[in-house]
Design a protein around this ligand. Structure first.
Ligand SMILES: CNc1ncnc2c1ncn2[C@@H]1O[C@H](COP(=O)(O)OP(=O)(O)OP(=O)(O)O)[C@@H](O)[C@H]1O
Length: 183
């Protein structure tokens, strides 16, 4: 199957599913999401409000004007979890909902951190063993690409959702791409 619109075209399919036409193109808004690893642990936050409330996720949010995605990722990580970390880009996620701007999320990872993990108004942080990530309480597509982040394999994902109500999204179709191994 070919690479869906909106992703770099030089990727190979790693995982895909769902059916139907990809949703039409729309302007982009930029987000960040950061995952901090420490030994065999991963830091996740239970979102207390807004998009993805009651789901575990990395720490992130909207990129503000005149800010790079890395600057935004560092700011959001600090605001939401109290820590700072040497973030590196791990992959990208395109989150598409009918009638809304496309959300392009730069996903970062780090293997150490400094500071003290602290609960914020937005997130309740919690360490999990990397072998027991609570996928059932996360965005449905996270299980398809988080293993790639853990194994340091760059990825790009497109996930199209339907929206029944403010907080009720249904996954319609997704595609996870990786760079082909060089021969
Ligand atoms: C399949 N879809 C998805 N899968 C995984 N993660 C997703 C996601 N769609 C959004 N996300 C993340 O959810 C956070 C929203 O952040 P959100 O609260 O809207 O932003 P921000 O902190 O700027 O908000 P305030 O305006 O300050 O409340 C942000 O990390 C963003 O990367």
């Amino acid at each position: 199957m070919s690479v869906p619109p909106g992703l770099p075209q030089n990727l190979s399919a790693f995982d895909e599913g769902g059916s139907g036409e990809w949703l039409p193109e729309a302007p982009l808004k930029l987000y960040t999401n950061a995952f901090v690893l420490h030994g065999d642990k991963i830091l996740l936050g239970l979102k207390k409000r807004g998009l993805g409330v009651n789901k575990y996720n990395g720490f992130g949010g909207k990129v503000e004007s005149r800010e790079s995605t890395l600057e935004a990722a560092l700011r959001e990580l600090k605001e939401e979890s109290g820590i700072t970390a040497p973030l590196e880009l791990a992959g990208t996620l395109l989150f598409v909902v009918p009638g809304e701007k496309w959300a392009h999320i730069d996903i970062f990872r780090a293997e150490n951190y400094s500071g003290t993990v602290t609960e914020s108004e937005e997130m309740c942080p919690e360490w999990f063993n990397q072998a027991s990530i609570p996928y059932e309480k996360m965005w449905e597509t996270d299980r398809t690409w988080l293993p790639l982040l853990l194994s340091k394999r760059p990825f790009a994902v497109r996930a199209d959702f339907g929206r029944n109500s403010a907080e009720n999204y249904t996954l319609r179709r997704w595609w996870v791409g990786v760079h082909s191994p060089t021969v």
